[in-house]
Ligand binder design. Structure first.
Ligand code: GSH
Length: 167
């Protein structure tokens, strides 16, 4: 039986964790939390993820061999990287770079598409189209600047075609 359970729905935040689990070659099972049916508010899920958000994981083989719950995709990625000793460089300078890009993704980039999705969902929000359009424009600007920064990043392989491609 898989020791790790990923609580997920088909969203980019959840994909970040399934990609990491696959890359780390960890055995895991997925439990679908259908956020379009408010399953994230079930008390059993809130006990794992108190902010009613996927993704979250449980690992029966947590620290000291005891089970652990982890919520927030950044915290999950760090937990899994520390557990497997993969994808977090030992060298302090390189490690800081990994933290920088993780924090940037979590705090800078990730919330933007989240906001667009939230404000453009008429079932959940009565917010008018102006706010939605403003979010989309902001997202487009932000993505363009993020891609520009990322293309200069030393973490992108020097021979990557992305460095020279036009987009
Ligand atoms: N900062 C969180 C964001 C997670 C998030 O926004 N999850 C969304 C789906 S991608 C969710 O579960 N929404 C349900 C809700 O807010 O009720 C993370 O990175 O894990």
């Amino acid at each position: 039986m898989a020791r790790i359970t990923l609580f997920a729905f088909d969203t980019p935040n959840a994909r970040k964790i399934s990609v990491a689990l696959e890359e780390m070659e960890l055995d895991y099972r997925v439990e679908v939390v259908n956020i379009t049916k408010d399953e994230q508010f079930k008390p059993s899920f809130l006990a794992i993820s108190p902010n009613n958000k996927i993704p979250a994981i449980t690992d029966l083989d947590g620290p000291a061999g005891e089970p652990i719950h982890v919520f927030e995709s950044g915290a999950i990625l760090l937990y899994l990287a520390e557990k497997t000793k993969r994808f977090l460089p030992h060298d302090p300078r390189q490690r800081i770079q990994a933290y920088e890009w993780l924090m940037f993704q979590m705090g800078g980039f990730g919330p933007m598409p989240g906001q667009v999705h939230h404000f453009s969902d008429s079932k959940r929000s009565k917010t008018n189209a102006t706010v939605c359009n403003a979010s989309v424009v902001k997202l487009a600007d932000f993505m363009a600047s993020w891609i520009a920064v990322w293309l200069k990043s030393p973490t992108l392989p020097k021979n990557s075609r992305l460095r020279t491609s036009r987009f």
